[in-house]
Design a binder for this molecule. Structure first.
Ligand SMILES: *[C@@H]1O[C@H](CO)[C@@H](O)[C@H](O)[C@H]1NC(C)=O
Ligand SMILES: *[C@@H]1O[C@H](CO)[C@@H](O)[C@H](O)[C@H]1NC(C)=O
Ligand SMILES: *[C@@H]1O[C@H](CO)[C@@H](O)[C@H](O)[C@H]1NC(C)=O
Length: 435
């Protein structure tokens, strides 16, 4: 029954409870009286500082509420999460009770923190804990025998992040609260509010609108064994955050995809092959810039390569292969062109010699009279011209053959290339978005 009241009291952000049942002078007098009543003026070390652990017959129940008010930084390379959290802690101190009717209806009372025992709750994953504002030197006493304090902390906690689906990733980071000295026989840590309330309140008070969105906060209780003997009570807050991927989609995924489309379209560039080649090499260089950016963002985890790395380097390799193909086709085309030019010059200058050489053996055998030789010469000339045209046709055929091979390779490659790209992208999309 107290618990609900306490919960309501502490969850409401206003800590005001001081009554207006008395005028100012009375109120000041009552405060003084209460201070004496609680024995705080004596500065008795046992009553104040060590309570409740010495005198409490059962274990002390410590109530904790943790609200995430900002996500300041998520460092993927260091695998750490920096958040601003508000922690409200309340613990029993049955010595600090009073009947509010005899004290001006005063329900709460602020006293210096160093007069009291405070629970030594630490955060296991913490790399660095700072007070977001000043550490409050005060605690608040509540008339039912509880003491409460509220702190705003800037927490940097270690968080294991799996970046496989970057930038469509979400992470669950644990914030484990555990006493540093007291075992579970002495204190137990319990959450005030349920996870749903904590999530709603955290979202309501969320200060930042950055890359990360707070999805949910779950709370579980657990135990940890220290040196295999002492059991420590734990309260684990699991904070689930999700990345807003739009920036990365616009800055990395779409540009790299456009490069790939440009690469496919470059098959239709007309003109000399070297233009095409330099165009493609430019695309390759542009992608390597994105690879550098990714290298700065992503950690080098050995387990699973992030899909975005596979995406970028996959496209890099695809464009690389298409460059190799362009070089091959250029080579074949050049060979064809070379054949044509060589053969045309050959047919212009050396046709007579070659033909004469071919025809000389029968020539020397059947050389008897001039008339015959005259007609023979004529025939020979016709023959050589015939031969030359046939030969030229043959050479042209060969060079055409090279060009045709080049064209066939080009078209086959284009079809295969588009097919591979489609397969690659659809598999990636499946892994990326619907896992
Ligand atoms: C405060 O209230 C008390 C009794 O109710 C009265 O005696 C006293 O004069 C009041 N003081 C002032 C400053 O009003
Ligand atoms: C976070 O806490 C949950 C619940 O106890 C646990 O199952 C999980 O392993 C913890 N995660 C890490 C990284 O410690
Ligand atoms: C947290 O709780 C919500 C709802 O209760 C649940 O859907 C979600 O899976 C939980 N998350 C984790 C990490 O346990």
């Amino acid at each position: 029954m107290y618990l609900h009241w306490l919960m309501f009291f502490l969850a409401s952000t206003g800590w005001v409870s001081d009554a207006s049942h008395c005028n100012y002078t009375e109120y000041a007098a009552v405060k003084n009286k209460l201070f004496t009543h609680l024995g705080l003026d004596k500065n008795d070390f046992q009553i104040t500082r060590m309570w409740p652990l010495i005198f409490l017959p059962h274990l002390a129940i410590i109530y904790v509420d943790l609200y995430v008010t900002s996500i300041i930084e998520v460092n993927e390379k260091d695998q750490s999460l920096t958040t601003q959290v508000k922690i409200i802690t309340a613990w029993p101190n049955s010595n600090m009770q009073w009947d509010k009717s005899s004290f001006c209806e005063m329900e709460t009372f602020v006293a210096p923190k160093n007069m009291f025992w405070t629970p030594d709750i630490g955060i296991i994953e913490s790399i660095k804990t700072d007070f977001g504002t000043k550490e409050s030197p005060y605690v608040r006493l509540i008339h039912i025998g509880y003491i409460a304090s509220s702190d705003i902390l800037a927490l940097t906690t270690a968080c294991r992040m799996d970046l496989y689906r970057f930038p469509f990733d979400s992470h669950t980071c644990n914030i484990t609260l555990q006493s540093t000295a007291h075992s579970s026989q002495e204190i137990t840590i319990i959450t005030f509010s349920d996870a749903e309330w904590v999530t709603i309140e955290s979202k309501k008070t969320f200060h930042t609108q950055g890359e990360w969105e707070l999805i949910s906060i779950n709370v579980t209780k657990s135990f940890a064994k220290i040196i295999g003997l002492i059991e420590m009570d734990q309260l684990i807050y699991q904070i689930t955050i999700k990345r807003r991927p739009l920036l990365y989609v616009i800055n990395i995924i779409i540009p790299v995809f456009v490069f790939l489309v440009l690469d496919v379209m470059s098959f239709f560039i007309d003109g000399r092959g070297t233009d095409k080649l330099s165009f493609k090499v430019t695309l390759l260089l542009s992608i390597s810039v994105f690879l550098l950016i990714l290298n700065d963002t992503l950690p080098s985890t050995a387990e699973k390569l992030p899909l975005i790395g596979i995406y970028c380097s996959g496209i890099f390799i695809l464009i690389g292969i298409s460059i190799l193909e362009t070089i091959l086709v250029n080579f074949l085309k050049a060979k064809g062109a070379e054949k044509i030019s060589v053969e045309t010059t050959a047919t212009v200058t050396g046709q007579d010699d070659s033909v004469r050489d071919l025809q000389s053996p029968p020539d020397s055998v059947t050389d008897q009279n001039e008339e015959q030789s005259c007609t023979f010469d004529l025939l020979k000339q016709i023959l050589t011209e015939c031969c030359a045209t046939i030969q030229q046709n043959q050479q042209e055929k060969i060079s055409l053959c090279w060009t045709r091979v080049a064209r066939i390779i080009n078209v086959t490659f284009l079809v295969l290339y588009i097919f591979t790209i489609t397969m690659f992208l659809s598999v990636l999309r499946k892994l990326w978005l619907y896992m």
